[in-house]
Design a protein around this ligand. Structure first.
Ligand SMILES: *Cc1c(COP(=O)(O)O)cnc(C)c1O
Length: 369
């Protein structure tokens, strides 16, 4: 038996036939168009993404890391500047800050939500802090009223890393539209995923938009006229076409994720061996990119779940501030809540397109813990 048969089918395989057909049609359309970079598919996806998120502008770029990197560069953030972000995130968030020449400063989390803690961020701010990157971790939108006000009162740029939160809203407004810009990744495993690397930046600032459009394409304004030093970070036509097809299904997929989260919450309500993160006040506030629980006996629980046919992963086993590049460059920083979370967190991997039967099986197994 192959590994994929044992653990459920591979990415996208459980999706409805109609969705698969739309994706296939999109790729064929691009192939026969003969236009592969910076064409009409990109423009159509950028418009669709702006409409969906309620953003003024979208710039498609190569990946989520680049969306953060190009946005920071467009804001003029670089050497000598500090940018605060969270200890529990994909390292890409931190790497993007480093890659523009700025110093990433890592703050602790709130253990109830696993989102960055405002008290910790407050402590990390110095006269050199220019911005903070807020990560809507695991699909959960942060309290943007709080963060917008905080950033304004400190004179900081608020940047939103929305790589795990496509479609999440705070007070009916999409994540990515609160800060100076929002960065999305469309890596295949994200809530909206391409069939390769892809990303986008959203903003309502026309001059930031214009700058990022140039930065993604070697600083070009017109062909062969380079106004600034730039990057090669273009969202290609195949990805744009596939993403536009898949966008039509995003709300339904997110609804499925909400139903799965409710089922897991219910199935685990009888055990004290596993803790759930706190619930959200408004269901729209969470798109459940991952179903994360915590337990002090992680290794044992992981093994037990695996023996019951339930796959788990760890997001993330090493908090950002304990990754090697930090250990060699700065003194040791203590972030106790993040360190505990990294030791205890466990992501229960359930495909949003699982059948009722598969879900019932997972639920039964969790109830028996
Ligand atoms: C996936 C992810 C990224 C990076 O996206 P890439 O497209 O892989 O560059 C950044 N931040 C978070 C929180 C992510 O989950």
């Amino acid at each position: 038996m192959s590994a994929s048969k044992k653990t459920g089918r591979a990415l996208f395989q459980n999706e409805p036939r109609a969705l698969k057909r739309e994706v296939r049609n999109a790729t064929h359309r691009v192939l026969s168009s003969g236009q592969f970079i910076l064409g009409s598919e990109l423009e159509a996806f950028e418009n669709a993404w702006s409409t969906y998120t309620g953003s003024e502008f979208t710039v498609g770029v190569g990946n989520g890391h680049d969306a953060i990197q190009l946005g920071l560069r467009a804001l003029g953030i670089g050497a000598g500047d500090e940018v605060v972000t969270t200890a529990i995130t994909a390292f890409a968030t931190v790497q993007a800050i480093y890659n523009v020449g700025a110093t990433p400063v890592i703050a602790d989390i709130d253990p109830e939500t696993a989102l960055v803690s405002i008290d910790s961020v407050r402590e990390k701010i110095t006269s050199r802090t220019r911005a903070m990157v807020f990560v809507h971790l695991y699909g959960r939108a942060g309290d943007m009223e709080l963060w917008v006000e905080f950033a304004e009162s400190r004179g900081l740029y608020l940047i939103e890393d929305c790589a795990q939160a496509h479609g999440a809203r705070f007070n009916q407004k999409h994540v990515g539209t609160f800060g100076v810009f929002g960065a999305f990744s469309f890596y295949p495993t994200k809530n909206l995923g391409g069939i390769g690397d892809a990303g986008a930046l959203v903003t309502s600032d026309p001059s930031l938009y214009e700058t990022v459009v140039k930065l993604r394409n070697y600083g070009q304004k017109n062909r062969y006229e380079h106004l600034v030093w730039g990057f090669n970070s273009r969202l290609d036509e195949i990805q744009a076409a596939v993403l536009r097809a898949r966008l039509g299904w995003l709300e339904e997929t997110n609804e499925r994720r909400r139903a799965i989260e409710a089922l897991l919450r219910d199935s685990l309500s009888g055990t004290t061996r596993i803790r759930l993160l706190s619930d959200v006040p408004d269901p729209r506030q969470h798109v459940h990119h991952l179903f994360v629980v915590t337990t002090p006996n992680r290794d044992a629980i992981r093994q037990e779940l695996l023996s019951k046919g339930i796959k788990t992963l760890i997001h993330y086993p090493i908090p950002s501030h304990l990754q090697s590049p930090f250990l060699s460059s700065s003194g040791l920083v203590n972030l106790p809540a993040a360190e505990k979370h990294a030791r205890e967190c466990l992501s229960i991997m359930v495909d949003p397109w699982s059948t009722r039967r598969e879900l019932a099986r997972v639920s039964e197994q969790l109830k028996s813990l």
